[in-house]
Ligand binder design. Structure first.
Ligand SMILES: *[C@@H]1O[C@H](CO)[C@@H](O)[C@H](O)[C@H]1NC(C)=O
Ligand SMILES: *[C@@H]1O[C@H](CO)[C@@H](O)[C@H](O)[C@H]1NC(C)=O
Ligand SMILES: *[C@@H]1O[C@H](CO)[C@@H](O)[C@H](O)[C@H]1NC(C)=O
Ligand SMILES: *[C@@H]1O[C@H](CO)[C@@H](O)[C@H](O)[C@H]1NC(C)=O
Ligand SMILES: *[C@@H]1O[C@H](CO)[C@@H](O)[C@H](O)[C@H]1NC(C)=O
Length: 386
């Protein structure tokens, strides 16, 4: 035991960043299992961020404990398997509730329930097996229990067990419940099977977990969220309505841009923190507002385009049909971007990116989840640093 500890110690070219112990092993960066880990990522969201493995023969405790915090209702938290993904386990959130999916031998089960966890508060989760049952405890109270019995399964006593955070090591097609894997959340103080082996990092750089957060979508001037307008159900009568809330005086850059399929910019909203103005562009018209309102709403109708400000919905600007001909038709096959300015028809890259926190984004009256975007390069879809 002592020798093993020394060996692990030698493998770690230890440097301390906060509580995260980092080092290198076989050319891969490593972190300790109790590090503070942000689960979101910019690349393939199905790929794990960090992973580790242990020999089953070494495992004395079949329980893992960690703390978890998020405002995101859906995404993958933790994955484990044995026999190269023959048997596997996935813990995720769906609609805010914990969801466990397990495949063991010829048995596949999913179970969901317990308390909602996406309240932005740190929760302690314990996952373990007790005989034929897999048990999830939340904040030391019973959360989920699932019993499994099969004639075919036999106890596995050798081979490896693998663990992963922020993605899967099995094919996503094997899952019973469909999921959007992206998770804007953090894990800390992990004790994984009570083993102290380090975790390998699959990515060059892990994103930062902010100490304090509030609900919202945070843009770090690195990109935008892109949608096809066809997903928003735009009809001739009610048109398209986009509502944005937040402290606009703390924002800088493009809030919203809308473009026709022909590559014509139909409308744009931009915040400028130097002049303290909000710039409104509708077709060829340009206007400005002071940035001290808390909510902006823009509605594209067949006969006009309206920009409303604050909660009392006073009309800031209204543009009639002559200035906005055929807008609804042009909108329908177009694109909509939050947090950046769309370029021409082929451009998926954008420019003039936003810095700041949009507390609420509503389209056609519904809160929009940026994880459903065609392309999402906001820094975090469900939380803003405070
Ligand atoms: C795990 O087991 C394999 C053989 O089954 C062995 O070669 C390897 O050294 C073991 N690893 C550890 C960390 O004990
Ligand atoms: C976990 O490991 C520690 C030290 O490595 C040991 O003292 C403790 O008994 C273990 N707990 C369990 C449940 O195996
Ligand atoms: C979005 O729209 C573009 C152009 O209209 C189209 O090529 C693309 O397939 C659409 N994507 C989705 C996911 O609907
Ligand atoms: C918005 O931000 C400004 C500048 O930081 C601050 O002075 C103001 O109090 C904030 N407004 C609200 C309503 O929080
Ligand atoms: C305006 O926003 C930019 C981008 O975030 C920031 O660098 C700058 O400090 C801000 N300026 C003021 C006056 O707040």
């Amino acid at each position: 035991m002592f020798l093993k500890a020394v060996a692990v110690g030698l493998l770690l070219a230890v440097c301390l960043i906060g509580r995260r112990v980092e080092g290198q092993r076989r050319g891969k960066k490593i972190v300790s299992g109790d590090s503070l880990i942000y689960l979101g990522q910019d690349r393939n969201p199905w790929k794990p961020l960090i992973r580790t493995a242990a020999n089953i023969s070494e495992i004395r405790s079949i329980k893992s404990t960690f703390q978890f915090r998020t405002y995101d209702p859906e995404g993958v938290i933790f994955y484990g398997d044995s026999g190269d993904a023959q048997d596997w386990f996935i813990l995720s959130l769906k609609d805010g509730f914990p969801l466990m999916q397990i495949s063991k031998g010829d048995v596949q089960v999913s179970v969901t329930g317990g308390p909602k966890l996406n309240d932005g508060i740190w929760h302690t989760l314990d996952v373990g097996s007790k005989g034929k049952f897999v048990v999830l405890d939340v904040d030391n109270l019973p959360g989920l229990v699932v019993g499994m019995h099969s004639q075919q399964t036999k106890e596995v006593v050798s081979g490896q067990i693998r663990l992963a955070l922020g993605g899967l090591l099995a094919s996503k097609d094997k899952m019973i419940v469909e999921l959007d894997p992206q998770m804007d959340g953090c894990v800390r103080d992990g004790r994984w099977l009570n083993l102290s082996m380090p975790w390998e990092v699959d990515e060059d750089e892990l994103l930062l977990c902010h100490q304090n957060i509030q609900p919202g979508s945070y843009f770090a001037q690195e990109g935008f969220s892109l949608f096809n307008t066809s997903v928003f159900d735009i009809d001739e009568e009610s048109g398209l309505t986009v509502g944005l809330s937040g402290n606009f005086s703390q924002m800088d850059g493009t809030l919203l841009s809308v473009m026709s399929s022909e590559g014509e910019l139909l409308g744009a909203l931009r915040a400028d923190n130097k002049t303290n103005k909000l710039h409104v562009t509708i077709g060829k018209h340009k206007d400005e507002l002071t940035n001290n309102c808390k909510r902006l709403q823009i509605t594209f109708l067949r006969s006009k385009v309206e920009v409303l400000q604050t909660l009392d919905k006073s009309i800031a600007f209204s543009y009639d049909q002559e200035s906005t001909p055929g807008y609804i038709t042009a909108l329908r096959g177009g694109r909509l971007a939050i947090g950046g300015l769309l370029g021409d028809r082929e451009d998926m890259v954008g420019s003039h990116f936003l810095t700041g926190c949009l507390e609420k984004i509503q389209i056609q009256g519904n809160n929009i989840d940026l994880d459903t975007a065609l392309k999402d390069k906001s820094a975090s879809s469900h939380s803003c640093p405070v």
